[in-house]
Design a protein around this ligand. Structure first.
Ligand code: THU
Length: 142
């Protein structure tokens, strides 16, 4: 993390709190994400599903779109927590491929960190490059 502000634990806890806001009546799988900007702001998101299914949005993209819509362009890290609604997550919730591609658009794959907690106390950290090798484009690059 270029500027992690020593805030990993806070970020993980924010992802768990955001998960409480998930709207997931169709999958019964609730996800929360907390995105840390290089400037030190945290933007959260949750998954938001839809009766027509395809309009649904993952927690990670909800967090990115909220932040980008507020003018943010530089990101340090994201924490993601997901699992069966109403239960503590049973395992880590790695971001889907579409969300990894959205990260690729705005983040430096070598330094952007993805925190995947099994619980609010224990998480593993990956770079975007590790989770999306040979990612396509990014930063207006095509
Ligand atoms: N989901 C996320 O929000 N993020 C992930 O990383 C994986 C999946 C959501 C999409 C859908 O609402 C539910 O979890 C089940 O796939």
């Amino acid at each position: 993390m270029k500027q992690n502000h020593g805030r990993e634990k806070e970020l993980v806890e924010a992802a768990f709190a955001a998960r409480e806001k998930a709207y997931a009546p169709y999958s019964g799988f609730s996800v929360g994400a907390a995105l840390l900007t290089e400037g030190g702001e945290i933007y959260t998101g949750c998954n938001i599903e839809n009766a027509a299914f395809t309009p649904g949005c993952c927690a990670e993209r909800a967090a990115f779109f909220r932040a980008v819509g507020e003018g943010e362009r530089n990101f340090a890290a994201i924490a993601v927590a997901g699992g069966k609604t109403g239960e503590a997550p049973a395992s880590a919730c790695p971001p889907c491929g579409v969300c990894r591609q959205v990260m690729q658009e705005f983040c430096d794959p070598a330094t952007f960190l993805i925190l995947l907690p099994e619980s609010p106390e224990k998480w593993k950290t990956y770079t975007l490059a590790e989770l999306l090798p040979l990612g396509f484009g990014g930063h207006g690059k095509i």
